[in-house]
Ligand binder design. Structure first.
Ligand code: G
Ligand code: G
Ligand code: MN
Ligand code: NA
Length: 226
């Protein structure tokens, strides 16, 4: 209940911090976009989303948080396209499209997980977001289910391949095979492929050699305050 009280208070006041992590060219390290990630400040310490998102999802507060972030974007210009994560519950909320319409034409990309696509109505919402000029990325690809159908049925622009596979580079030939297949799939469908969770030079080099152009992860840049 403590965290819940903190989240509610943050929505009223100043408790949230927006952090950003680069999506970068693997070759040069140059950022091509920034993913926005929420942090909660509690007594001067930052709590990462991983800690409070599950509770926010459970209670539905995630919708208010996602809308809060979208509203902040009206005044936020970091000089690069911005990615934001939207919860399945936010995708089902009628206020999303009203709020998103205020950002029409801005260089923004929405990241959704495979899990979101299982609920009815998401496809129409994604199309509407696309109509407002938003890009669409399928996040954590390979972690969920129904991924192939999701790619056929929705107008995605990018495929973000789950970090579990990147962490298998040099360790697990099956993970490497999935990384190759995901890149092939992305290319065939005309999507950008982003390898998540790039932490080591060995992973970076392997991904480049296999043909990945873009990555995200601590090696390329940690999330930091905007
Ligand atoms: O930053 P961190 O590793 O703590 O993120 C944990 C999870 O929280 C990730 O899955 C990320 O997508 C999610 N997340 C971070 N910020 C937001 C946000 O603003 N909205 C939603 N819906 N999810 C977020
Ligand atoms: O689910 P999603 O991909 O949106 O989660 C993004 C989260 O993953 C970020 O909030 C960030 O904290 C975390 N993350 C990003 N890069 C790395 C990485 O290289 N290693 C680890 N362990 N976590 C990462
Ligand atoms: Mn994401
Ligand atoms: Na992801």
């Amino acid at each position: 209940q403590d965290t819940l009280a903190l989240l509610s208070a943050a929505l009223e006041g100043e408790g949230f911090r927006i952090h950003a992590q680069p999506i970068a060219e693997l070759e040069s390290g140059k950022p091509v976009a920034l993913e926005l990630l929420l942090r909660l400040e509690v007594e001067g310490r930052l709590v990462s989303a991983g800690t409070f998102i599950p509770l926010a999802e459970e209670t539905g507060l995630i919708v208010e948080m996602d809308l809060w972030l979208l509203n902040r974007l009206r005044e936020l210009d970091l000089g690069l396209p911005l990615h934001l994560n939207l919860s399945p519950k936010t995708l089902a909320d009628p206020r999303l499209l009203e709020t998103a319409a205020l950002l029409r034409g801005r260089p923004l990309e929405v990241e959704v997980t495979e899990y979101s696509l299982a609920q009815p109505g998401t496809r129409e919402v994604l199309k509407a977001l696309k109509g407002l000029g938003f890009g669409l990325a399928l996040d954590d690809f390979g972690q969920g289910y129904a991924s192939m159908n999701a790619l056929v049925e929705n107008p995605f622009d990018a495929l973000k391949v789950d970090r579990a596979f990147t962490w298998g580079i040099g360790q697990n030939p099956k993970a490497e095979a999935v990384l190759r297949a995901a890149l092939d799939l992305a290319r065939t469908l005309g999507l950008q492929a982003v390898a998540e969770g790039v932490e080591t030079e060995e992973q970076r080099r392997w991904l480049l050699q296999v043909g990945y152009r873009l990555g995200q992860g601590y090696l390329l840049g940690r999330p930091s305050a905007v």
